[in-house]
Write a protein that binds this ligand. Structure first.
Ligand SMILES: O=C(O)CC1=CCC(=O)O1
Length: 261
């Protein structure tokens, strides 16, 4: 386990592999383990940085609300701490919002961008406020069953009940304060007008059964990014790195190998 202190907060991170540098940002209610099966397929060609987003995993979970700009500061701070200048950047869902913010704000830091199951704006404020209230009242376990049904395809849920139960454990063990504070960051984010500032070659991909950020929503974000390519991953819900790691790794490797570091 490796930890760094960035802006006084503890960040849990791990580096694996060798080659051009790739940084991975996790989604709401998950941690760096969401990337394990992808990184295992990429580490022979890329140096991969995994970090638990603020409020998640073993990173600190200070009281919120958080903001996407502050979460972007966390990532840039960790890259500075490690001496990593320019990277390929991969973000899933809220990690994708953070990645959009970094690519728009600090284009020199991003060689290529990959946005997975994300959009410039995710959900409606009322839905996020309801989710925050439910988590504040009953903890993350209170919302876990509903969220899991949106995370995975129907086929995965019936084929892999134990794996789905394991991912549910990850969600239910996310600190309530960190989860609710991250919901507030998503609620308050609308990066639509920032997308025109993204210059990096961008792969935008989504699971064909994603119910949290459905393919049409994700495609609309891709259409606003100048150098984007849109891909749909078959047999996946909101978490293609967990459900279809081989195809996700293949698409990421192809994209980064085409883009110069
Ligand atoms: O929890 C969900 O519904 C899915 C999700 C939305 C933003 C995120 O990071 O995950």
């Amino acid at each position: 386990m490796t930890f760094a202190r960035v802006e006084q907060r503890l960040v849990h991170y791990r580096i694996k592999g060798a080659g051009p540098r790739v940084a991975f940002l996790n989604s709401l209610g998950t941690d760096m383990r969401i990337w394990d099966a992808v990184v295992e397929r990429l580490a022979d060609r890329f140096e991969c940085l995994l970090a638990d987003m603020r409020g998640h995993g073993l990173s600190d979970a200070p009281a919120g609300p958080y903001a996407i700009s502050g979460l972007a500061d966390d990532t840039l701070g960790l890259l500075d701490h490690l001496g990593w200048g320019r990277v390929h950047l991969v973000g899933l869902s809220v990690g994708g919002l953070v990645a959009q913010e970094i690519a728009a704000r600090a284009p020199a830091r991003v060689a290529a961008l990959a946005l997975l199951d994300t959009a410039a704006r995710i959900g409606e404020p009322a839905m996020w406020n309801e989710r925050i209230a439910a988590v504040e009242a009953g903890g993350t376990a209170a919302i876990a069953d509903g969220v899991i049904r949106r995370w995975f395809s129907a086929g995965y849920l019936s084929r892999e009940p134990d794996a789905a139960a394991g991912w549910r454990n990850m969600l239910a063990r996310t600190p309530s304060a960190g989860y609710a504070a991250t919901c507030a960051a998503i609620r308050d984010a609308d990066l639509t007008e920032r997308l025109a500032a993204i210059r990096a070659p961008t792969l935008v991909l989504v699971g064909d059964e994603d119910q949290s950020t459905p393919p049409d929503l994700v495609r609309a974000t891709a259409d606003r990014i100048a150098a984007s390519r849109f891909e749909v991953v078959a047999g996946a819900g909101h978490l293609p790195p967990a459900e279809q790691p081989a195809e996700t790794a293949r698409l990421l490797a192809l994209h980064f190998e085409r883009s110069h570091p």
